[in-house]
Design a binder for this molecule. Structure first.
Ligand code: NZQ
Ligand code: ZN
Length: 399
């Protein structure tokens, strides 16, 4: 087992009606003026935004508002948010929405608290030294940003999607009422479940360390998400399934499922960020479309883990060689994705990049990764390109 730091400062308020406590929670932080940040309308249509305003008013918290965050949140709106916060002297950013709104809030919070261009952090040319407090009222179980140390922003020019990780941005509190996710379209619910799974799988498929307890937690989490995603596919209004998925979203990306590992693989995420940047697809769907190709490509380099995954997570009976069983596990995962309406290649994702675009994505991915990425197998640019090419069309063979 490797040494590790585990830091989860976020207070979680979980369950029915939890959002009613928002005003009091803000008051307890000592902050005086809130930027209420939200997306493109779901929180207006559901009435949630009005309920949050009421809760803030009841606690005598003043606020200013900025809506319009899109999935794959844009830097241009982040700049607007920074200006607004400075003008209004906001000292806490309250995200009401999903990962995109929370990430946009985190970027605004960095931008207000640090001099210079906030994009520098996402471009990895310098580090943040401060961050305004960020809090979240979560409306979709997916990205795990409500407890994570990361945020992902897309620069409008050049469609460059980049993440920045720092403990400074971990939210001070997250309000998590599973009922708020019941208005999600089925596709977004499935994208969320995929992303949750991937956050644990990225930490699970490594070649580093002995992590018996962490592995057991990770496997339980993955089985739970798969089981409950199937339930939600049949019955989106199942509260308990919504609750299981919502809690899994946080635990999957707050660091718990990586304790003792070598830091994880995260190549699938790196590959998806280029797809999301170039084609503006939903993050979870992009992950599902690339994962099977990545898995087949790295299988032999991380065989023990893929075998364990097949048996302990996908319930494959051990048969034949270790590799055959492991491959059955990958196929079972892809069958699961399809069963909840997720794509398992780019064609099913609805995009058809030409080879030049694949080469651009591989090049950008390798630059963003500092030259190489991965733990199951360290991928260079040529490996990234190979995986993108494998993922373009339905598979006819193993390479
Ligand atoms: O904008 P609105 O109208 O609110 O609609 C959103 C959006 O269209 C809708 N939605 C959210 N809650 C809803 C709802 N619709 C109806 N009812 C509700 N209760 O769902 C759509 C997707 O929302 P979004 O916030 O984009 O989803 P998600 O949480 O999956 O976030 C995706 C973003 O997070 C990044 C992704 O790359 C992507 O940009 N990630 C952030 C991470 C982090 N900060 O730790 C880690 C992840 O790996 C990921 O990269
Ligand atoms: Zn993700």
């Amino acid at each position: 087992m490797f040494n590790f730091n585990y830091y989860t400062p976020t207070k979680i308020i979980f369950g029915k009606d939890a959002e009613k406590q928002t005003g009091e929670l803000v008051k307890n932080t000592g902050c005086k003026k809130v930027l209420l940040h939200y997306g493109c309308g779901s929180v207006i249509r559901s009435g949630l935004l009005d309920r949050i305003r009421t809760s803030l008013n009841e606690s005598s918290i003043s606020y200013t508002e900025l809506g319009g965050v899109v999935p794959n949140p844009r830097l241009s709106l982040v700049y607007k948010g920074i200006e607004l916060c400075k003008k209004e002297h906001a000292d806490l950013i309250l995200a009401v929405g999903g990962g995109s709104v929370i990430d946009s809030s985190k970027a605004i919070a960095y931008g207000v608290a640090n001099e210079g261009d906030v994009w520098d952090f996402y471009d990895h040319t310098r580090h943040a030294s401060a961050c305004l407090p960020v809090a979240a009222v979560l409306t979709i179980a997916a990205a795990g940003s409500e407890m994570s140390n990361s945020s992902v922003i897309t620069k409008d020019e050049g469609k460059i999607k980049r993440g920045y990780n720092h403990d400074l941005c971990r939210p001070v509190f997250a309000v998590m009422n599973p009922e708020l996710t019941m208005t999600l379209p089925a596709y977004q619910t499935a994208c969320g479940c995929t992303d949750i799974l991937m956050h644990t799988m990225e930490r699970y498929f490594t070649n580093g360390g002995n992590m018996e307890l962490t592995d057991a937690i990770a496997e339980a989490l993955m089985r739970t998400v798969i089981r409950n995603a199937r339930i939600l596919n049949e019955n989106p209004a199942d509260y308990n399934a919504r609750a299981e998925i919502m809690w899994a979203s946080s635990l999957s990306h707050n660091g718990l499922t990586g304790c003792g590992s070598d830091g994880g693989d995260f190549a699938t995420h790196a590959l998806e960020h280029e797809i999301g940047g170039m084609f503006d697809v939903a993050h979870g769907a992009g992950l599902a479309a690339i994962w099977g190709s990545w898995a087949r490509y790295v299988l032999k380099d991380c065989l023990k883990r893929f075998h364990r995954f097949a048996v302990n997570v996908m319930g494959i009976e051990d048969y034949g060689t270790q590799e055959e069983t492991a491959l059955k596990g990958i196929e079972a995962m892809e069958d699961f994705y399809r069963s909840i309406g997720m794509p398992v290649n780019m064609q099913e994702l609805g995009i058809s990049p030409d080879d030049g675009q694949l080469q651009t994505m591989a090049h950008m991915c390798s630059i963003a990764s500092g030259g190489s990425k991965g733990s199951a197998k360290k991928l260079q640019e040529k490996d990234m390109l190979h995986i993108y090419r494998m993922a373009v069309k339905p598979r006819t063979c193993l390479s």
